[in-house]
Design a binder for this molecule. Structure first.
Ligand SMILES: NC(=O)c1ccc[n+]([C@@H]2O[C@H](COP(=O)([O-])OP(=O)(O)OC[C@H]3O[C@@H](n4cnc5c(N)ncnc54)[C@H](O)[C@@H]3O)[C@@H](O)[C@H]2O)c1
Length: 338
């Protein structure tokens, strides 16, 4: 029988998750909870008229639910991940894991203690081009990766409920919300981060909304990551990845519409440049990354296998780098990741 999923939140990313669940055999959304019951009812309608709750706690207590998918604003992640774990539900939680390491540690502890599956939705690890780039690096054909540059630039997000995303005390600002996608990915490529030096710009709201972070890794590599949501209204949603290795380089850029919802309009090409050979463009499966991510988590539950594509510790480390980057901008110095 398909796993029964309860969605917490009926906003932007919950809608993206619903589109994915509708394509999956192994899981089906059977309830949606949101304080905005109109939004919850509309999304529940898209799922075939499933149950609607106005309070996430009531969904969590629903014995018919197997998996809780937390698509709530970041400041609520800890509360509901911990509650869902205590009630014995498997938990998928949107990134970033939380706003502080203390919160994140409590989430990891609660899910571990409950013995439930827990994954933070770091979708870039499932993004076809980023996944193929990782596979090329892991094949060893280009030698060791030594420098990774990545960027993620967007216009200011305007869709969030009560504008929570633009309140740094609720979202962590661009460093934790947007920049963290690439901070996590570069960790995946280069290993354990040691220290960070970052510079940033503040928006007119006073929030640190554009940030450039240089990371030094224990294994010797470096990363240079730029992220921000202060781009002018007509600037296309842009992502960039370049991995310089001992024997070559991987290069990728994508530009789409004005925000991530237009991701399918991008026609990106992943190029592999190997010294002494002609550039090649590896086959990249055209697969929605959100579908791949959710399908992977559902498979982990079905096969009783701990998620290894993104471990809870990976999510905590990405958060530590993002917090160190913010601290580095404030202090003007190099900050240890810890
Ligand atoms: N992976 C990605 O690409 C991606 C993209 C966007 C957002 N996100 C993450 O997803 C999470 C949600 O972001 P979003 O863009 O969907 O936000 P959103 O504002 O569009 O949706 C949040 C929903 O939560 C509801 N809500 C707020 N407080 C609540 C409460 N106390 N109880 C019940 N419902 C409540 C709101 O009514 C709203 O419908 C965030 O952590 C964000 O960082 C990830």
């Amino acid at each position: 029988m398909a796993l029964r999923v309860g969605l917490l939140g009926a906003g932007f990313i919950a809608g993206v998750h619903v589109d994915a669940y509708k394509k999956l055999q192994g899981a089906t959304v059977t309830a949606v909870a949101d304080v905005n019951t109109e939004a919850a009812s509309a999304l529940a309608g898209k799922c075939g008229g499933v149950k609607v709750y106005s309070n996430p706690d009531d969904l969590i207590e629903d014995d018919s639910i197997d998996v809780v998918d937390v698509c709530l604003p970041t400041f609520l992640h800890e509360k509901y991940v911990v509650a869902a774990a205590r009630s014995g539900k498997h938990v998928l939680c949107e990134k970033p894991i939380a706003l502080s390491v203390e919160q994140a540690d409590r989430m990891v502890e609660a899910t571990g203690k409950a013995g439930v599956m827990f994954m933070v939705a770091h979708v870039v690890r499932f993004w076809p081009e980023y996944l193929v780039a990782k596979q090329v690096i892991d094949s060893g054909e280009l030698g060791r990766p030594v420098e990774v540059s990545a960027a993620r630039l967007s216009t200011t997000p305007v869709w969030s409920a009560d504008n929570w995303i633009l309140k740094p005390e609720l979202s962590g600002g661009a460093a934790l919300d947007l920049h963290i996608h690439d901070l996590d990915y570069v960790n995946w490529i280069l290993g354990k981060p040691r220290s960070v030096f970052a510079r940033g710009l503040r928006s007119e709201r006073g929030a640190l909304d554009h940030i450039v972070t240089m990371i030094s890794y224990e294994a010797g590599g470096t990363a240079n990551v730029e992220g921000g949501w202060m781009m002018p209204e007509d600037f296309p949603f842009t992502t960039m990845l370049r991995v310089v290795c001992e024997k070559g380089c991987i290069d990728f850029q994508a530009r789409a519409g004005v925000n991530i919802e237009a991701r399918e309009a991008a026609k990106p090409a992943l190029a592999v440049h190997k010294r002494g050979e002609k550039v090649r463009y590896p086959d990249v499966p055209s697969r929605d990354a959100y579908l791949a991510e959710i399908e992977y988590f559902i498979k982990c539950i079905e096969t009783n296998t701990l998620p290894s594509m993104v471990t809870p510790q990976d999510a905590v480390t990405a958060l530590k780098v993002a917090l160190a980057a913010r601290a580095s901008v404030e202090a003007g110095t190099v900050v240890d990741v810890g």
